[in-house]
Design a protein around this ligand. Structure first.
Ligand code: SF4
Length: 395
């Protein structure tokens, strides 16, 4: 499981140097439970659903309510919540009424902007029409379905428990309820051929969702798959094959009317995820739950990872923050460049970027030439594959 950064100690009451979020903030709610642990996953999630009072799946929403209360005390004159995202883990492993209760607690505490996007991630095998209806009636507006692949042997190697048909049914229910939705794909799993990946893209497009994500598989050292690679049981994904798969995604998705708006995200016009954009645009957000990260006005902090430690801190009326970082103006600018360059609108060419470096990007086909001549860097499709190279060259 991914380690938390080091940082400096966070105050026990959670207080912030600049807590002013009068113009609102985004809320992320982490649900740290899963039915099985997928071999490639290094998210902060647990298959034990019973860690005792406050840390178990059954009463976890009560502990989240405590952190919401704490955040109301910490944030100065907070504006309304501008978007909400329930992620995990597997949020839909909790009863729909518990997710609804957490959303209601946010609404009662801060208010939620009219028309705000309220998303939950959902594993297709955990859903029924009735559960989705409860979420819809509670104010959820969007579901992000973990489809990953349409090919059975790829789902198997990823340890995913659903069948391709369950995604079709879940997307149909979302459409019937008028919920915005995304299907989320992963490419590059061991044994996935180019034809398999094409089949997954075509199946996702055939479902006609307003939004599709496609992430290349990365193998983290601490995962089951990381161990299999280390022991030579499975090959590491080949970067050239990953690049070819990305190009195929761009080709098929753009031909089907999806526009990229972030390196790994495509949407029909007007259907991009507003919550995700809040992260990429360096807005303020509070992440609730164990291991969740937050950012308010240049202070970034992260909660303790384990649900037991998390629940214990809140039961004592303390902040569950493990540590924090106070970003300098330069660090914030660098971060804005790193995140902003991944977006379709790109970034203003940073002051100090040498003209010959920008000319080199154009010559190498990494940025769009016309905006670059007008001091705006927008990645080409080749540049999207080499976004890290572009960023490094800018410093
Ligand atoms: S369902 Fe998602 S969060 Fe849970 S183990 Fe699998 S990949 Fe990780």
């Amino acid at each position: 499981m991914a380690q938390l950064p080091d940082g400096v100690p966070a105050p026990g009451d959670g207080s912030l140097p600049d807590p002013n979020v009068a113009s609102g903030f985004a809320a992320y709610v982490h649900i740290p439970f899963c039915a099985v642990r997928c071999g490639y996953c290094d998210f902060n999630t647990y298959t034990n659903l019973d860690f005792g009072p406050g840390a178990s799946a059954s009463d976890y929403h009560d502990t989240l309510a405590r952190e919401i209360e704490l955040s109301a005390g910490v944030l100065g004159n907070p504006g309304k919540v501008t978007s909400v995202f329930f992620g995990g883990g597997t949020p839909t492993l909790l009863p729909a009424k518990d997710l609804a209760a957490t959303l209601e607690r946010l609404r009662a505490t801060f208010g939620i902007e009219p028309g705000a996007e309220v998303t939950t991630e959902a594993n297709p095998e955990t859903l029924t029409f009735e559960r989705l209806r409860i979420l819809h009636d509670a104010g959820f507006t969007r579901v992000s379905f973990g489809m990953q692949s349409a090919v059975s042997h790829v789902l198997q190697v990823l340890d995913r428990a659903h069948t391709p048909g369950q995604v079709d049914a879940a997307v149909g229910w979302a459409r019937e309820l008028g919920l915005e939705h995304s299907v989320d794909l992963i490419y590059g799993a061991p044994g996935e051929s180019m034809d398999d990946w094409r089949a997954s893209l075509e199946a996702a497009i055939a479902l006609d969702p307003p939004h599709i994500s496609a992430y290349g598989l990365t193998i983290e050292p601490g995962t089951k798959m990381g161990g299999q690679v280390r022991r030579g049981e499975i090959p590491e994904p080949d970067p050239d094959v990953l690049a070819d798969k990305y190009m195929l995604a761009e080709e098929l998705l753009s031909n089907a009317g999806y526009e990229w708006y972030e390196v790994s995200n495509w949407a029909k016009p007007g259907h991009h995820s507003r919550h995700n954009l809040a992260y990429w645009q360096d807005a303020n957000w509070w992440g609730y739950g164990p291991g969740a990260h937050s950012h308010v006005n240049g202070t970034r902090w992260w909660n303790v990872k384990h649900p037991i430690q998390y629940a214990a801190a809140l039961a004592q009326g303390k902040s569950p923050a493990a540590a924090r970082e106070l970003l300098t103006a330069d660090e914030r600018r660098e971060e804005q460049i790193m995140l902003g360059i991944r977006l379709r609108e790109g970034i203003a060419t940073p002051q100090g970027a040498a003209p010959e470096v920008v000319a080199g990007f154009i010559a190498d086909g990494l940025v769009e030439p016309v905006p670059a001549m007008h001091s705006r860097l927008i990645l080409t499709v080749k540049g999207r594959l080499l976004a890290d190279t572009v960023i490094r060259a800018l410093w």
